[in-house]
Design a protein around this ligand. Structure first.
Ligand SMILES: [Zn+2]
Ligand SMILES: [Zn+2]
Ligand SMILES: [Zn+2]
Length: 153
């Protein structure tokens, strides 16, 4: 089931959903909130359509990114990861944990005031993208636990 948001973009781009393209889109919709590499999408697609080729998956992901149905971001070693675009105009931001590599989404946006500040200087800001590299609370806790002297021995 394709929502109106996606449907309109397919129509605007005159992009027909073949069974293979639909499978790729389904996978992205089933994995909302996750950030999948092309390889991961391909792996999943193979279970649904055993004959699908990696090139088709790549092309479909790229095309859907250009239609702004998917958003792609480089997270690790120059590899793109894809996710469904947010339906509201603003894209969320990401925190990447340097220890467990988890990708956490941040919905808060404090950049509007920075944009406003720059626009007062004569810039016209079109978009922004923000990635924060951090240690997540779980990893910090684990590290704290590890460094606590073992009192039982
Ligand atoms: Zn972590
Ligand atoms: Zn995301
Ligand atoms: Zn933002």
């Amino acid at each position: 089931m394709v929502g109106r948001f996606v449907h309109d973009k397919l129509e605007k781009g005159r992009y027909k959903l073949t069974s293979q393209r639909a499978a790729v889109l389904d996978i992205m919709m089933d994995n909302r909130g996750r950030h999948l590499s092309a390889d991961e999408v391909f792996f999943e697609a193979k279970t649904r359509l055993p004959n699908i080729g990696i090139a088709t998956v790549y092309r479909t992901l790229e095309k859907m990114a250009s239609l702004e149905i998917l958003h792609k971001t480089v997270f690790d070693q120059g590899k793109y990861r894809y996710e469904l675009c947010d339906e509201n105009a603003h894209h969320h931001h990401h925190i990447i944990c340097l220890s467990c590599n988890s990708i956490i989404e941040v919905q808060d946006d404090l950049l509007n005031s920075l944009e406003k500040h720059l626009e007062e200087q004569g810039y016209r800001i079109i978009d922004h993208e923000l990635k924060l590299y951090a240690y997540c609370p779980d990893c910090l806790q684990k590290r704290r636990d590890d460094s606590t002297p073992d009192v039982s021995s």
